[in-house]
Ligand binder design. Sequence first.
Ligand code: NAP
Length: 264
Amino acid sequence: MTLRVGVFGAGGRMGATVCRAVCDDPDLELVAAVDPHHAGLDLRQVTGVDLPLQIGSAPDGFPDAGVEVAVDFTHLEAARGNLAYLAEHGIHAVVGTTGFSDDDYAGFRATFTSSNCLIAPNFAIGAVLMMRFAEAAAPYFDTVEVIELHHDQKADAPSGTAMLTLERIAAASGEWADDPTRTEVVEGARGGRGPADIRVHSVRLRGLVAHQEVLFGATGQTLSIRHDSYDRSSFMPGVVLAVKQVVDRPGLTIGLDALLDDAP
Ligand code: NAP
């Protein structure tokens, strides 16, 4: 039996890649696609997948199409609305859209009672490992800064991956040396302050996809942990894994970590 999948944001950079990944997996079936600004268009035109499916303007067609899991890579406001719909209709959600607040997460915990929701700010397995390695290194260093680098169309900063990395580093160690800066000649030169006041720097550059470096320092040594996504296909094994596993994970799951531990 295949798992029936719907995709929000099918006309976007990530959504179109997800449509192709779902079609390439023999255990999954792409049965619905939504993207308001591409509504009415043939999915083949927009994503290149060989499937005679018309893109819808809203998820109203999901129940009739028998969507069991919906994937959302859209924009923050749109994703909030899409997730409310999925929770209300008992459809499982796999979400890559970034920028959610703690209040959003609390809301999803309360509303996803008859279906499950998995949100990961980064579906690249190498990025998940980067966060794990950073968490493991944190107690052994005195200073740390996070630099995240993305393409020039990214609307939110810092990235969801950077925020999750900061939270995990801060949870692993609260013992960080004071910032020596007394004067910022250019405002913002030292970046923003995340959890535990750890500095985070966001670079936006044409030509990049998604990259992050965690820099640790102690007397006489530094450690750099870097991950690079060169292509959006790097996120697809994680998305496909999440689509298959979300069905068995009640409530809200944040991040891919737990899934990697359970992966066959
Ligand atoms: P994008 O190219 O702008 O794609 C978003 C698509 O969603 C657009 O086609 C947009 O249409 C459409 N959309 C807007 N409102 C919608 C709605 N209500 N229902 C369905 N579709 C809707 O952006 P992207 O680069 O694919 O990134 C999408 C999100 O994924 C961002 O939040 C980004 O940070 C995140 N991301 C996450 C990961 C991860 O691993 N978790 C990796 C990469 C990106 P219009 O543009 O016409 O409004």
